[in-house]
Write a protein that binds this ligand. Structure first.
Ligand code: SAM
Length: 248
């Protein structure tokens, strides 16, 4: 039987792709891609003409069966997403599950992921961290989740889009406290890469004041609850945030 190779691709700079990723994309029978229109230019740049099939959240259920069947018959398949590592806030989970369930070999070709790239330059404690992916788009659900995380002592990492970056930082300031250390990593490996590092209060001000700082892709990292901070203070903020939402 064939192997499913889970291949990371660049998160911005197109040269951030390793030799083994290139070789794998070249030699497999088919590449399952989140968006074939997005992956095609990358393959063109690399001089690769391996056939592509779409595998996104909407067709994953049906596309998976065909891909597993092909691997059973001996074909090697590569899985890629639009950027970074598949399955990390990206499609691919069902395919990996199905391949494993079918007893097929699933092998990583590791490479970029925004969460790790951001943490590696943040200067926040990195020995323990939790990755929260995207917060909910709706304010109530987002604030409820942040409230649950207010007492967490590990570094917190979130993905955020340009639409909500200001609101997201404002909610964090309110729920985690104005003094909590945080880092916003924007457009990593791209032309306008910026890493802002300040207490949440300053970050809200810097980002709200400058429309350029609200553009692009973001990783938001927040220091865990400081060891010295009174647990009751965190609890007080938690209760305050709940009451405020109730009254709103
Ligand atoms: N699979 C990807 C990975 O491994 O990082 C993540 C895909 S997720 C749909 C896209 C989100 O990742 C963006 O909204 C942003 O939060 C983050 N992201 C991706 N590329 C980034 C970059 N170059 N700089 C900062 N954040 C980035």
């Amino acid at each position: 039987p064939g192997t499913l190779h889970v291949v990371a691709t660049p998160i911005g700079h197109r040269d951030d792709i390793g030799a083994r990723a290139v070789e794998t994309l070249r030699k497999v029978a088919v590449i399952a891609a989140e968006d074939t229109r997005h992956t095609r230019p990358l393959l063109q740049h690399l001089g690769i003409d391996t056939p592509l099939v779409a595998l996104h959240d909407h067709n994953e259920r049906t596309a998976v069966d065909g891909l597993v069947e092909r691997m059973r018959e001996g074909a090697d398949v590569a899985l890629v997403s639009d950027a970074g590592t598949p399955l990390i806030s990206d499609p691919g989970f069902r395919l990996v599950r199905a391949a494993r369930a079918a007893g097929l070999k699933v092998s990583p070709v590791p490479g970029p992921s925004a969460v790790i790239a951001a943490l590696s330059v943040a200067g926040l404690p990195s020995d323990r961290f939790i990755f929260e992916g995207f917060l909910a788009a709706k304010a109530g659900a987002r604030r409820a989740r942040l409230t649950e995380l207010a007492g967490e002592s590990r570094t917190l990492i979130f993905y955020e889009s340009s639409h909500r970056i200001v609101e997201c930082l404002q909610d964090m300031r309110e729920i985690f406290g104005a003094d909590r250390a945080a880092v916003v990593a924007r457009e990593l490996t791209k032309l306008f890469e910026t890493v802002l590092d300040a207490p949440l209060d300053d970050l809200v001000r810097q980002v709200s004041a400058d429309p350029n700082q609200q553009k692009g892709e973001f990783v938001v990292m927040v220091a865990g609850r400081p060891a010295g901070e009174d647990e009751r203070l965190a609890e007080g903020r938690r209760v305050f945030a709940i009451l405020k939402d109730e009254l709103a």
